[in-house]
Design a protein around this ligand. Sequence first.
Ligand code: SAM
Length: 281
Amino acid sequence: MREFRETLYPHWGQFFSIDEVLFEHKTEHQYLVIFKNAEYGRVMALDGIIQTTERDEFIYHEMLAHVPILAHGHARRVLIVGGGDGGMLREVLRHKSVEHVTQVEIDKQVIEMCKHYLPNHSQGAFDDARANIVIDDGVEYVNNSDDTFDVVISDSTDPIGPGEALYTSRFYSGCKRCLREGGVLVTQNGCTFGQLDEVTTTAKRLQSLFADYTFYSAAIPTYIGGIMAFAWATNDSSLRKTSIEVLRKRYAKSGITTRYYTPGVHQAAFALPQYVIEAIE
Ligand code: SAM
């Protein structure tokens, strides 16, 4: 039986048995593999690092989409950077209040192959009339676009290869220039136990750009090593203090049903372990 051995960490990691390879090829930017696994369903990896699985993707996509949108309260325009599998686009478009989503993905082939081999992720989201798909480097887009957004979601790979640019001050300042008054940026920021330096580095870079920055977290089984940190950056420090009553009202009004997100989990996610608090300060 062939195995996929993740190469994110040199001295430890996870493996998946490969029941069937659906796609394996070097794209213009990355090495893309999509395969079937008995436990996690269809799995996608880029450059040896697990990106998403059918079984646990809901945790990540719900927490990175609904926390900023429900905290904001009237997000009309959303920008997704990365997100080639389409799961984030699917979750954002579930909000009928969202009128427009631009998704900027560097690798066209990731979208094409995920549409074909991971249909349960996008579920037709790429064809939604509100979706505008742009093939470009996210850091170029946010520094050159005239468009503005209420929520920016960086659904990137780890800071390796093309994803590295999405952890730079140039990217964060570009996101800031694209954010409307009261807007918020959230990003995938690594698993704190094995990638704590990413939290420290991002905190330093956000500190000089935004009035309010912090992290919130969720544990996604196939992003190994415990909780994953999501960066939160905005000039409206009231956003992350949205009351549970208001979150409950907005969640109910959205009509969205979720499998991980709840208003209580939303609020609790901003409570961080001591070692992460120290890494931010
Ligand atoms: N959920 C995954 C995670 O947490 O690692 C990430 C999902 S998604 C597959 C990551 C996407 O970021 C990929 O489709 C990749 O092509 C895209 N990407 C990487 N670097 C990029 C860049 N500089 N600009 C735009 N998209 C980029």
